[in-house]
Design a protein around this ligand. Structure first.
Ligand SMILES: NC(=O)c1ccc[n+]([C@@H]2O[C@H](COP(=O)([O-])OP(=O)(O)OC[C@H]3O[C@@H](n4cnc5c(N)ncnc54)[C@H](OP(=O)(O)O)[C@@H]3O)[C@@H](O)[C@H]2O)c1
Length: 210
């Protein structure tokens, strides 16, 4: 399976406000690129904190893609905190809420997959998704989930759109958060594959060195 990370950060390396609330970083050209990318994958994955702070719909917008495919929506949510009102549960496309093995919650318009003892075990999840026909997985964040995919070396590609703005704030999230590399040998090496101007911003594309 090819795992593609995509996120938008400010020029000072932040992906949201210090309150962790979403802010507009992408421009119109980048949104077009992201919706085309979403349309090219089999599933789009985010962490529960992104659902709680941004309430994303995780669908392909017909404004950008005329006849969208409907990638599966996936939320990593160990203890089942996804609110019933979340937009990912609106029934517009197939949705998987991935919890740990102890969680008993079920969700309207979504299937629950139980995988892992505490947090979701990504090494077990990937083959489960592959068996469901997922060949291309888009990881859209947030910070902790992106770090998990990088540190486990399960991600293959990283796309970072750099918007022309500074958000600041020591506590504002960055593209990769979580526990971070404890030492130099745990740092994840990336190989720059491409960089290009996208409207007023820049798109950086990296391959993860494994
Ligand atoms: N600019 C962008 O492109 C962009 C895109 C998306 C999000 N964001 C921003 O990112 C922020 C949210 O990021 P975040 O780091 O707080 O949270 P997150 O990565 O969205 O979600 C993290 C949570 O997912 C759950 N999880 C389950 N299994 C996991 C695993 N194996 N690895 C990691 N997490 C796992 C954990 O909660 P449980 O233990 O409860 O399961 C964990 O705390 C928001 O501010 C949002 O606006 C920005």
């Amino acid at each position: 399976m090819r795992v593609i990370i995509n996120c938008a950060m400010s020029a000072d390396g932040k992906i949201a406000l210090r309150t962790r609330r979403q802010t507009q970083i992408s421009n119109e050209e980048d949104k077009l690129r992201v919706h085309k990318l979403r349309n090219s994958v089999d599933a789009i994955l985010v962490g529960i904190e992104t659902v709680l702070s941004d309430d994303p719909k995780l669908t392909v917008n017909t404004k950008y893609v005329k006849k969208p495919r409907h990638p599966i929506r996936i939320v990593l949510d160990s203890s089942g905190r996804t609110p019933r009102s979340a937009r990912v549960l609106d029934g517009t496309s197939e949705t998987l809420i991935v919890t740990n093995e102890r969680c008993r919650r079920t969700f309207p318009n979504a299937e629950t997959i139980r995988c892992g003892r505490r947090q979701v075990d990504l090494h077990r999840l990937i083959p489960l998704l592959a068996r469901r026909g997922v060949r291309r997985l888009l990881v859209e964040g947030g910070s902790k989930v992106i770090w998990s995919f990088l540190e486990s070396r399960l991600a293959d590609e990283v796309n970072i759109f750099v918007g022309s703005m500074a958000i600041g704030g020591e506590r504002a999230p960055t593209p990769a958060g979580g526990a971070g590399a404890p030492d130099e040998k745990s740092i994840v090496a990336l190989r720059l594959k491409n960089m290009k101007a996208v409207g007023s911003g820049v798109l950086l594309t990296y391959e993860v060195v494994k």
